[in-house]
Design a protein around this ligand. Structure first.
Ligand code: VGL
Ligand code: ZN
Length: 215
């Protein structure tokens, strides 16, 4: 078991990001059993949930003449326009039913402000509005954040970079993530994360330590 200073941050394991979902991430469902296995190594788990009002500024449908995956400039910068996804209290916004992490003690819902997106679990896209997660993690004495979930190149990468900026060590468990990969976004995300001092590990690296302890 990892010490209590280690927090497993499981990002956006929601139906709309699964194959067949509104903003499907290829093979997104394959990470669910990997995350369930990894969760055994952590006493402290936090989940995130993308959670938008239907009027959300990131939805192409809310901008006449623009289509999903085009971009537009908003007051806080460039915004990719997405298909309508993870609308508050819809089935698509629900966490995958096969995700079994009973000890998870906090679910951070993000993207709830209609005019601001939030890929990051820490800071909204205006780069100014905190979600409260950094304060929570500091309060509970967290030091290292281990990230998994969807999508590698958006919500996972932004959360990892912001975890680091907030003063935590951060590592992404690459086989417990899947990417959207829009216009080279996945390569860029890994480059940015490497430059930002984010670790890149595989689930086996974590699980073999655990198995050694229990055998
Ligand atoms: C995400 C795009 C829009 C994600 C969320 O979870 O990576 N990507 N909203
Ligand atoms: Zn979203």
């Amino acid at each position: 078991m990892k010490p209590v200073e280690d927090v497993f941050l499981v990002v956006d394991v929601q139906y709309d990001f699964m194959p067949g979902g509104a903003l499907a991430v290829a093979h997104g469902d394959e990470i669910v059993p990997v995350i369930n296995r990894l969760a055994r190594a952590f006493s402290h788990v936090v989940l995130t949930q993308d959670w938008h009002p239907r009027s959300h500024v990131s939805f192409a449908a809310n901008h006449a003449g623009l289509a999903p995956f085009e971009t537009m400039t908003l007051p806080y910068g460039e915004q990719v326009l997405w298909p309508v996804h993870c609308v508050q209290d819809t089935d698509g916004a629900a966490l995958h039913r096969d995700l079994h992490v009973p000890q998870a003690r906090l679910i951070v819902r993000k993207g709830h402000h209609a005019q601001v997106d939030s890929y990051s679990a820490f800071l909204e896209a205006d780069r100014a509005t905190p979600t409260g997660l950094a304060g929570y993690l500091r309060d509970v004495g967290a030091k290292r954040i281990w990230l998994a979930g969807l999508a590698t190149d958006y919500c996972v990468a932004w959360s990892a970079l912001d975890a680091r900026a907030a003063g935590f060590e951060a590592s992404v468990i690459e086989d417990a993530c899947r990417a959207i990969d829009l216009n080279g976004s996945l390569d860029k995300a890994w480059r940015d994360m490497r430059a930002g001092g984010i670790g890149r590990v595989r689930s086996d690296d974590i699980l073999k330590d655990i198995d050694r302890e229990t055998t």
